[in-house]
Design a protein around this ligand. Structure first.
Ligand SMILES: NC(=O)c1ccc[n+]([C@@H]2O[C@H](COP(=O)([O-])OP(=O)(O)OC[C@H]3O[C@@H](n4cnc5c(N)ncnc54)[C@H](OP(=O)(O)O)[C@@H]3O)[C@@H](O)[C@H]2O)c1
Length: 261
């Protein structure tokens, strides 16, 4: 497919959180392909990383981490495209009763407050210039919460989705577009780690754990999880001028997993 001027992101500065692996890595690659100057943040830089001067090592689940990222971006010229992709779940299986306060806070800090803190630091400049684009990567779990091992994650993603909508209403009239992308399953290291946790926690093989997760989801009508490049194509579209009328929306990309409209 050929790209046109309205697809291109030349001259735009972008930040992708959690951009070293999985969907984030694919999103960063797609935005670069479209011409953006892309910065990536994650806790550690992958060995042999191709763009070391565009990598910011930080734990974005802490306020120190988001302060560092915001400072680096601001000092180097600001940001016009902000993709909050970082997220994941580390709570053990066992249901609501076994999840500790600390585990709840860990999930909320990683999946929700990191985005809130970065937006608070970086959006005022976008609003000041009258332009900018923000994407929050949530999950279908915000509307279809699984409870066995990921209830805090699902609740944190729900907070992110609600926050994303309210933020869109607030900054949209001042030229900043905010949207959400809600994937179903994606084949990533994060997903494989989740399979391991379910297998360990329930005494299952990895194949049995994968089936268990599919059963929780009620199946995937398309027959497979999304690829990371499919998530990246959607994000690339949403941050481009082609999506100039799309605002406060949620794009579900789940192969039909959510059974309702
Ligand atoms: N995979 C799925 O099935 C699925 C389904 C629905 C929604 N999602 C959402 O899609 C997004 C991407 O998921 P993914 O599966 O691609 O993730 P992933 O493969 O686990 O990669 C996570 C990325 O975030 C970084 N990261 C993790 N914890 C961090 C922290 N505390 N501070 C800074 N960076 C951190 C990781 O690098 P470091 O480890 O070096 O920090 C890595 O770059 C997430 O928001 C996830 O919730 C995923």
């Amino acid at each position: 497919m050929s790209t046109t001027d309205r697809d291109r992101l030349d001259g735009r500065r972008a930040l992708v959180t959690g951009g070293s692996k999985g969907a984030g890595k694919a999103i960063a690659a797609r935005l670069r392909e479209l011409g953006a100057d892309v910065y990536v943040t994650a806790r550690s830089m992958p060995e042999g990383y191709e763009f070391p001067d565009r990598f910011i090592a930080a734990d974005t689940s802490t306020s120190e981490g988001t302060d560092l990222v915001a400072r680096r971006m601001t000092d180097s010229g600001g940001v016009g495209i902000l993709v909050h992709n970082v997220g994941g779940s580390s709570t053990p299986p066992g249901g609501f009763a076994v999840v500790t306060d600390q585990q709840w806070l860990t999930e909320v800090n990683l999946n929700f407050l990191g985005a809130v803190r970065l937006d608070r630091a970086l959006l005022p400049a976008m609003v000041g210039s009258g332009s900018g684009v923000v994407v929050h990567v949530t999950s279908i779990q915000h509307e279809m919460p699984l409870y066995e091992a990921t209830l805090p994650y699902a609740a944190a993603k729900a907070a992110l989705r609600t926050y994303s909508k309210g933020l869109a209403n607030e900054v949209g009239p001042r030229g900043v577009r905010v949207n959400a992308v809600s994937p179903g399953g994606i084949q990533t290291e994060g997903y494989e780690g989740f399979v391991d946790r379910v297998a360990d926690g329930k005494g299952l093989t990895r194949d049995e754990a994968k089936q268990d997760i599919l059963d929780w989801l009620g199946g995937v009508p398309l027959g497979q999880f999304a690829r990371t490049d499919e998530i990246a194509d959607l994000v690339g579209f949403l941050v481009s001028d082609r999506a100039s009328a799309i605002m406060g929306a949620e794009y579900v990309i789940d192969g039909g997993t959510v059974p309702t409209t």
